[in-house]
Design a protein around this ligand. Structure first.
Ligand code: UDP
Length: 199
């Protein structure tokens, strides 16, 4: 563990992260565990957004993404094992999910984007099970009907892993606010990842 701006970062390799996701997603009825990637911009946001900061400080694993955070860590004498981010993780995660019969739900981005990303990954990994997709533009306040409907859809899909692409800090705050109601065992904020893989 290394702390930057008061946020504890977990210094794992990509293999360690994937092994943890595999184990957590394979545990029946495990309460959702949330994982976050933070880059320098996210750390800046955390200094002025108390809710986001609290969310990162709370019992979840936070991983360092990008050269800015790496430099901040090395100035404290800590050498990060890997650069961890959703974009590099996604194909590896799809491979792992396909090989182990774990399903993934994609929540976020504009209409149709998650669906396109899902189709692209499914053609690459034919055994991959994408449990469902939903755009990231809905009234995502906790008690709205729209939010309840999204949670219901995700739970009914039976997904093991939920990727949320609504940008930081919205995606982290949404996961934090809704994880008790979600039956997925893993929740990860992934930023603009679906746009990238929908290309
Ligand atoms: N987005 C969303 N709902 C929102 C706001 C944004 O689904 O209310 C999506 C947006 O379409 C894009 C992603 O969130 O796919 C944000 O990507 P960005 O690269 O800005 O996020 P970052 O990686 O910088 O956190």
């Amino acid at each position: 563990q290394t702390s930057v701006f008061g946020i504890n970062l977990t210094n794992w390799s990509m293999e360690q992260l994937l092994a943890e996701i595999h184990s957590q997603a394979s545990t029946p009825q495990a309460p959702m565990r949330q994982y976050s990637f933070v880059n320098a911009d996210c750390l800046n946001i955390s200094t002025r957004n108390a809710q986001y900061r609290q969310c990162l400080l709370k019992n979840q694993q936070v991983f360092a993404d990008g050269i800015g955070v790496r430099l901040a860590c090395s100035s404290k004498g800590a050498v990060l094992k890997d650069n961890l981010n959703g974009t590099d993780m996604f194909p590896r995660l799809c491979q792992l999910a396909a090989a182990n019969n774990l399903s993934i739900y994609l929540l976020g981005a504009s209409d149709g984007v998650a669906q396109q990303a899902a189709e692209n990954m499914q053609s690459k990994y034919p055994q991959l099970s994408i449990a469902g997709c939903h755009s990231g533009f809905f009234d995502s306040q906790t008690h709205t009907q729209a939010n309840q409907d999204v949670i219901e859809k995700i739970n009914q899909s039976g997904a093991d892993i939920l990727l949320v692409a609504m940008g930081a800090p919205k995606q982290e705050l949404w996961l934090e606010a809704n994880k008790a109601a979600l039956t997925c065992k893993v929740g990860i904020g992934v930023g603009g990842l679906f746009d990238f893989y929908a290309q």
